[in-house]
Each structure stands twice: as C-alpha cells, then as structure tokens.
Design a protein around this ligand. Sequence first.
Ligand code: ADP
Ligand code: ZN
Length: 715
Amino acid sequence: MQELLKKHFGYDEFRTGQREIIQEITDGHDCLVLMPTGGGKSLCFQLPALMLDGLTLVISPLISLMKDQVDQLRANGIAVGLINSTMTPQEITTTQQKAKDGKLKILYLAPERLTVSSFINFLQEIKISLIAIDEAHCISEWGHDFRPDYRNLKKLRNIFPTVPVVALTATATEKVRADILLQLSLREPKIFISSFDRPNLTYRVLPKKKFSPQLLKLLKKYENESVIIYCFSRKSTDALADKLQKAGFNTGAYHAGLSTIQRERVQDRFIKDQINIITATIAFGMGIDKPDVRLVVHLDLPKSIEGYYQETGRAGRDSLPAECVLFFSPGDRQKHAYFINEIDDEAEKNRAWKKLEDMLRYSSLDSCRHKYLLNYFGEQSEVDSCGACDICLEPAKEFDGTEVTQKILSAIIRTGQKFGAGHIAKILIGSKSERLEQFGHDKLTVFGIVKNFNRDQLNQIINQLINKNLLQKTDGQYPILQLTDFALIFLKQKLSIKLAEPTFISHAGELTQRNLSYNEELFEELRILRKRLADQMSVPPYVIFSNNTLQEMAIYYPQSPQSLLKITGVGEQKLEQFGEIFLALIGEYAKIKNFTDTTTSKYKQSPMTEINLQNSTYDQTKELLLKKLSLMEIAKKRGLKISTIIEHLEKITEIDKNMPIDHLKPNIVRLEKIKTAFEATGMIWTLSPVRELLGDNYSYDELRLARIFIKRMAS
Ligand code: ADP
Ligand code: ZN
C-alpha cells in the first residue's frame, strides 16, 4: 500500500484514516466515509482501485469535478476513463471498449448514465471490483445539494450485490448520514468519521464599517494567490470586480446572471491561475476543487453556518495555511429578513431564522471560532485555544462587566421581557425614539444610564451574555431577549462577571504573517515554470505539482532524481515527465546561491524526532517518567497541567516504543471500554467521536492516556 502511495501519488504517508479505510475497502467491506473538504477522500477509492483486480466505478455529480480528477490521475500515469453527457457516442463507445479490454483501472460516470439500459448491459459485461460514490450526500433530500439522478444509484446495488460500495461525503449532519446508509442499502458498512475541524484555516471576523482598506490590505497580502470573495448580490459582485480590476488586481466576476459559457470561462481561467480573484455570489465553487485557494472573504453575512462552513471550506484544500475572513455588520440581519419572510411554510421560516441566529452568534463570538463550528456540527473540541482564529490569536482585554450586565438585565426585566436587543440598547444609552416614547420607556430609571458604551458595543455585550447563558433569544424575525435561570441567580447572589472589552474594532489586529520557512524566490520561479508547462498542456497548474510540492522543493533543493522522488507529491510518473526540467531550474538556482541538496534531512526534521527531544521539555518529563512517578507528581514537579504531561507522554512513547509506562496504565475495565469505543469509530484515533460514544464520564485526558496503551497493544 505504502509503495503504491509513493509510486503513483508521490506521497510518503497516509493521512489520518486513509490507511484504515483503504484496508476495509480492499477487504471487501462497504464503507461510509465522512471527511471534511480537503481531507483526502479521493485517495480512499483511487488507491484501492489500483490494488484490486477489475475496474472501479466512480460516480460523481459534476462534470467539471470529474474532469479535474481524471486530469490529475492521468498526470500520475493511472489508466482512467470518463463517460458523461458532453461526449459524442463515438467517444463513449471507445471508452467502453477500453474498459471491456481491461485497459482501464478507474471509470468516472455521471449518475444519469445508469438510466440507459444499454449502458447497464455494458457494465454487466465487465468485472467491477469496487463502486465509489463521491459526494454521496447528493442522494439525500435532506442535504444541501440533492440530485434526483443519484437515486438511480440504488440500481447498482441490485445489479452488483457482492461488489463493495464506498460512499464519501463532507456533509456533517446526522440526518444526511443516516439517509445515505438507507438509500444506498450499504451492507454492514464500516463508518469512518474524521474530525471536521480544518486546523489550517484561520477564521476571522472584521467590522464591515469602512471595510475597503482592510480588504485591500488582505488582497495585497495574497497577491498572485487564489482568492474568492463572496458577495450578496450580482450587482455588488460586478461592482467590486470592476473596482479591484481598476486597482490592478486580476479579477473576474461570477454569478447567475452570466451565461453558462461566460461562467465556465471565468471558472476555467481561475483554475488555470489566469485570474487570481473571483468575486462571486454563493453559486461559485460548486464545480471546482482548486486546492490552493488561500483566502475566502465574505462581504455579507451567509444565511447559515452550513453554508459558511462549505464556502470557507473551499480554502486550503491542500492543507497549507489559508484564511477565511467575514466582514460583519449587525445590520446585515435585515438583508436576510426580506428573503426569509418570503418563505410560506411557517416551520421552515422559523428554521431559517434559527439558522441565521446561529450565524449571527458566530459573528459576535467571544470564544474560539473553530470550537463553535465544531460544536455546531455536534463535535466536541479538545482544545481551549486553537491558535487559528482571531479570538485565540488576539484575545480581547477583559473588564469587570458586572455593572453593565446588571443594567442590561434590569432594563429587560423592567420592560417585561418583551423586547429585542436593539430596543434594550436604545433605552440604556438614552436614544431619542418615537417607539421608546410610545411605550413610555424614556421614563424608566434605566433610560440613559449607560454612558461608556455605544449601541454597537452594547449589542456586542448582549451577545456575550447570550454566549455566557445569562440571556436567551426567542426565534423569529424579531427575537426577544429573556433572562435565563442563571441570570436570576446572578442578580440574586450578586455575582460578578468578566467580559471581553467591546471595541467593535476588536480582533482587527495585525493579520497573521505568512509561513516563510521556504525560499520564496525559488518558489516563485518554480511557480512560473509550472504555469508555463500547464499552459502548454492546457491543464490547471496544480495538476502538474501542488504548492506543497513546490514549497518542499524550495526547502530542500533536491538535485538528483532520487532526491526529487523524496519530495511529497512526486511519484514515478511525474518524475519521468517533469523531473528533468524542474531539476534543471533548482540546480541552476542552487548553484548560483551556493545551496546544497538537503533532501536526506527531510525525515529527520519532522516534529517527532530525537533532535527535537534532546534537552527539551520532553526530556525533563521523560526523566521523571523513568523514576516511575505518577502523572500527578510529574505535573506538580514540572508546574504543568496533567493534560500537558499526557501530551508529552504521547510524543515520548511514539519515539521510544519500549519506554516503560505500565505504572500509568488506567483501570483495566475502563481501558477495555475505551478500546471498544475506538474500534467502533473505526480506529481512526480521533478522540471526539470516542468521547461522544462514552459520554462525559470519560475525560479527554483519560481517553488520550488510554489511546497510548491501546496503540501499544495494537502494534
Ligand atoms: P477531498 O476529496 O476530501 O476534499 P482530496 O481528495 O481532493 O480531498 O484531497 C485534498 C488534497 O490532499 C489533494 O491535493 C490531495 O492530493 C492531497 N492528499 C490526499 N492524500 C494525501 C496524502 N496521503 N499525503 C499528502 N497529500 C494528500
Ligand atoms: Zn480559536
């Protein structure tokens, strides 16, 4: 498996979960694979296709996606075919003949093919060894992208009852997952759920007031990189594209008002790096898998977290750092009100409001944005600070919020818990308003008693109080603020509270610096070379090599075919096809600058190596471990948290497989329980699904510790 991975795909290691999934598939089991965008789902069926002996069918909903994958596989020297409605009967016959002759390993199909009876006949004539259903959520009406044609896939199960089926999706909702299993009638499927966190994405929210300079600054930072900017309306999409074009950015607009041909053209130019920035309505991005989008900006509030997660998910598929920035103004809520009020169905309308409220909460968070997104999709987060969102990166200053909280709660009580946040804020700052006078609220003792915050800031504080469970909001267009039981206790017992300083320009601090550990100059030259080759071959540049691959070249300066083969993303086919020309460029550059080939050091530099451990904090922990101290004792002696010590233990045992740690073994009954839970989640070693199974009774520390022992037992 490992050999094929390197040979055909040029990768040295499997990503989390891939190995286990591939194992199950090649053992003949049905699988459901849930992995976030960019997690590496394609490899999970592409590699088995090479290992198995007949043909693998891949069903995919969009022609452009299929074409993209086929291009990439071909560049890796894999025999792959494609059948869709844009092809002539002649082309289809030729491809089918190739399949019959056993000349293909993988065949990509659009789902509507399965309604053609002659096509079914053709399938029955060949040896099918695996059926992969990509974007499997398309089969569910509960999903965001239902495609009736996907319902035809049920037929496949009937025609090929013994062929293993693998369904893959990045959809995170429970309902859709269950529906996929049902609709495809998977047999005792193995289910793999990866964490949906995207640690390489940095999430930020910036105030929309005067966003222009901020946006330009962002775009400067990502000059010559791929960027998507989402806008609310076609008009603003066009206007912004115009403005950016005039400011010297290579920009194209994309929206439903353009003809299909115009849209395809913009998309194609973006994929080929001929346009860097796309301004788009949400429709953009469905049909592309561009791996190196570095920045996704939202100029308007998305209508749901699902939508936002999906759109931002288009950033950083190559797992290199990328940024997702939302420009937010509380007034954006009203833009959605019109559309939501158009919904006839009452229940659906309420759901739409609820979804919008969740999105508004995200925009006004005072705690980790990664954590919020994960929780939203039903996943527990293991970390307190992600290091990849504005809140964690630039924590706001705290202040004693007791007094202003009391004032807010009191204003809500005095007005009978019947009003929304805007109204309450107006009372507190003493706004002149007819509506206030109508209700006599200008006569209340709380009228105008807040002097040191403006309305926006009070709104922010109210949001914090919702997040801290002192207030709750009702559903609907005009949500009302109400006190929770906890708020009553807060008032009665005169508790105090710390809040984040609301500046409303908060978290607008300096944007994170780019990772500069590679030689940027060489990287740029490599990119130019890649672009030239891509244009000649008329394929997107990432089909030749990914950014990741070029960056590694600009770190290690490989100067022989053997060295180049050590670079991630360089397999045998690509070495043969592109090796010489890239080596020539690197060699010339290295000679001028006097750089040597350091590829052999590549593996030594991973964070798990001895080098890093010497004299390090790990060493000190290791010494105490060897003295057979308990975790608690080590934590005390070192002045660190137990969870930190367990993390050390993980690293240490990873390197020193014989490190004696039996004195730390958890209770055997609980250990067995945890082991069973790991097995039930498919041994992907992620803690959160295990914790979900076992419940609060098991802490993350305990699970993490147990994982060390279970891994040892397994190896
Ligand atoms: P998904 O379909 O889950 O969104 P892809 O299959 O497109 O993700 O993979 C995302 C990116 O990760 C691709 O650029 C792919 O080449 C890369 N990738 C996949 N598996 C590995 C691996 N084991 N090592 C390095 N890169 C990988
Ligand atoms: Zn965070």
